[in-house]
Design a binder for this molecule. Structure first.
Ligand code: GLU
Length: 418
């Protein structure tokens, strides 16, 4: 059955389709010859529901959209300290292939420009790894993110490598500062292979949804990355993901994103969605013209801008009931910091009729760490005032059962019969 979401995506594409400005990347023959009118998009929710429209099966090389994922893999494989020694986190304000390093540290400014991406690629599987082993690990990781086996477009890879003088000069620069050990030839060949992985918008949307979902691939359920790595990667996407258009993008669209020269754009909305568009004509900053248009419209219509969040919390207290022996505090909604704070603000000053209190979390489907902590502190406060408190948590949403003093709160299996 068709869903309204599907129709909405089609409408988004119709808004962007008439815009035929911009031009295809010309420095790689296969990209120069790509069909310019292709246009597709997909979104994937953190529950793994995918919607797509237009040229959603068209395969294209991932190019620079591989960079945030390689940064994630390096963080996973080598840890934060090693990665931070190698590459910074500041927007460079320069072209993506600029020959420049951070003044005081000699690191590339960030992992989204080519100098940073070549350095990051070399960290994966250890500096001593062969290119083959490194690429095998990269492909396995990217396939885990997509939930299917991805492949490299070897023809495109060879033709990009044949004209990779700029990237070779970047690799020589990195070698001269001791940031990479490999030969410039091998380092760039490895990097160009990472850029030549073939995806379609549906793959990218799922991969983005994995970042948005704290590292759990929403369709396979596999924990591919730790949540803190997803946070770090998306932070760098915000500041440096859209070439030199990152500031304007944040202003207009407000979604962590990364674009690539083949015409793809990946967006991630933390806790909600992965979004991908594909259309080959690029603007002067190197971002897909129609892709940018789709994201702008989507962000506006759906209120997806990160800085325009709706108020959180509110109405966490559903009701308070009593059967004469037990008072039950029924909680609802998502229990984050503000919701838990508001709940306690409502409940703690009240005179509750019975000594026995049950906190009913039946209508709570998600609790964040801060919300769980605050709720537990509230339970401790009730106990200190003489109450005997237990929690009913049928969906296991609470992130902790431990009071500040290290002892566990009481969990009950049933609610009092009403
Ligand atoms: N393979 C491309 C390069 O290094 C990736 C560029 C991009 O998508 O920005 O030139």
């Amino acid at each position: 059955m068709r869903t309204p979401v599907q129709d909405y995506l089609k409408k988004m594409l119709d808004v962007a389709r008439p815009n035929i400005s911009g031009s295809r990347a010309s420095y790689i023959p296969e990209l120069r010859d790509a069909t310019p009118d292709l246009l597709g998009m997909a979104i994937c929710t953190i529950d793994g529901n995918i919607y797509s429209a237009g040229d959603d099966q068209e395969m294209f090389t991932i190019q620079s959209i591989s960079k945030p994922f390689m940064y994630a893999l390096a963080l996973k494989d080598r840890g934060l300290d090693t990665v931070m020694e190698t590459v910074g986190t500041e927007p460079s304000g320069e072209d993506f292939n600029e020959l420049s390093l951070e003044g005081d540290t000699n690191r590339p400014m960030n992992p989204m420009i080519n100098a940073g991406a070549i350095a990051v690629n070399q960290l994966i599987n250890g500096e001593e790894s062969t290119t083959e082993d490194r690429i095998a690990l990269i492909l396995e990781f990217m396939s885990d993110l997509a939930g299917r086996e991805l492949e490299i477009d070897h023809g495109l890879c060879e033709s990009e490598f044949a004209g990779a003088d700029r990237n070779l000069s970047l690799a020589h620069m990195l070698r001269s500062y001791g940031i990479i050990n490999d030969t410039a030839h091998d380092a760039v060949f490895s990097y160009v292979q990472q850029c030549s992985i073939l995806v379609n918008v549906r793959d990218l949307a799922v991969m983005g949804a994995t970042l948005a979902n704290g590292g759990v691939q929403p369709r396979t359920g596999k924990q591919v990355l730790k949540p803190e790595i997803c946070r770090q990667v998306q932070s760098v996407m915000v500041s440096a993901g859209m070439y030199n258009g990152a500031g304007q993008w944040l202003f207009d669209v407000g979604i962590p994103a990364k674009s690539g020269v083949s015409g793809g754009i990946l967006g991630t909305l933390p806790g909600q969605l992965g979004i991908a568009t594909f259309s080959p004509r690029l603007d002067s900053k190197g971002n897909s013209v129609r892709g940018v248009r789709v994201f702008e419209q989507l962000s506006k219509d759906m209120g997806l801008h990160l800085m325009a969040t709706e108020p959180f919390g509110g109405d966490a207290l559903r009701e308070i009931t009593s059967d004469g022996y037990t008072t039950t505090i029924h909680v609802q909604g998502t229990l984050n910091f503000s919701a838990a704070e508001e709940l306690l603000w409502e409940v703690l000053p009240r005179e509750l009729p019975n000594e026995r209190i049950i906190v009913d979390l039946t209508e709570v489907r998600r609790a964040r760490v801060a919300g769980s902590r605050i709720l537990l502190d509230g339970i401790t406060a009730l106990e200190e005032s003489g109450a005997d408190v237990a929690v009913y948590d049928p969906h296991f949403v609470l992130k902790t059962h431990e009071r500040e003093d290290g002892t566990d709160i009481e969990i009950v299996d049933n609610l009092p019969v009403r």
